[in-house]
Design a protein around this ligand. Structure first.
Ligand code: GRF
Length: 216
């Protein structure tokens, strides 16, 4: 099997990164994780990646001050050195320029902790509770220049409980994120995702490949 070479970009603890690394250990998984890049040296996920024997790089956004193009040039160089074919953003807190996004068009994924297009941006769980939604979740989407937009590859839904706090809801969503991101990456890496009129159409897949409903 020709496994796609994948890099994961993180800024924090890297639990989604760990879920992708774990999934990619499967011999029939269509992708291998060849690189983890953090934009700050204290990202907790770096130690987890090293413990899993994955190559790591730190490309500190602070070193590039206001120069986003230089920062992205350093990212691009690290990706090219490892011959990366697909990039997964996993809690990566930098907004990428349209030029970088265009370069990786169709090969750049992000996970967002809400059922897009609802609750783009930050504090999604508190805002979902305030809105009184009964179902919340997570989305994996292809990245486009507009933040938290772009064709949706897969989504996971979880129930919202009346007694939930933002933290309890976040924990339930996070567990679902760890399941849906590996599913979504597998779809993209196996070349089954086609973009038609701004939507992802997935060849030869059942809905179970692209959605997950976590029951109570
Ligand atoms: C996740 O909730 C992800 O959806 C969001 O940032 C968080 C990152 O968590 N984009 P982790 O670093 O993967 O644990």
């Amino acid at each position: 099997m020709n496994r796609k070479r994948v890099a994961i970009l993180i800024s924090g603890r890297g639990s989604n990164m760990a879920a992708l690394i774990e999934a990619a250990r499967g011999s029939d998984y269509p992708a291998e994780i060849v690189l983890v890049i953090a934009d700050c040296a204290d990202a907790g996920g770096l130690a987890r990646a090293r413990a899993a024997d994955i190559a790591t790089r730190v490309v500190e956004h602070r070193s590039f001050a206001q120069d986003r193009e230089a920062f992205e040039g350093a990212l691009q160089q690290a990706l090219a050195e490892q011959r990366v074919e697909i990039v997964c953003l996993a809690g990566f807190m930098r907004v990428l320029t349209p030029a970088f996004v265009a370069r990786w068009s169709g090969r750049l994924l992000n996970i967002h902790p809400a059922l897009l297009p609802s609750f783009k941006g930050l504090d999604t769980h508190a805002r979902a509770l305030a809105a009184g939604v009964k179902i919340h979740g997570a989305s994996v989407h292809l990245v486009v220049p507009e933040v938290d937009s772009g064709p949706i590859v897969a989504q996971a839904a979880v129930p919202v409980h009346e007694e939930d706090t933002a933290d309890t809801l976040a924990a339930r969503v996070l567990a679902a994120e760890h399941r849906i991101y590996p599913l979504a990456l597998a779809l993209v890496a196996s070349g089954r995702v086609r973009i038609v009129a701004g939507r992802c159409l997935i060849e030869g897949s059942s809905s179970r490949d692209q959605m997950l409903v976590v029951p109570d």
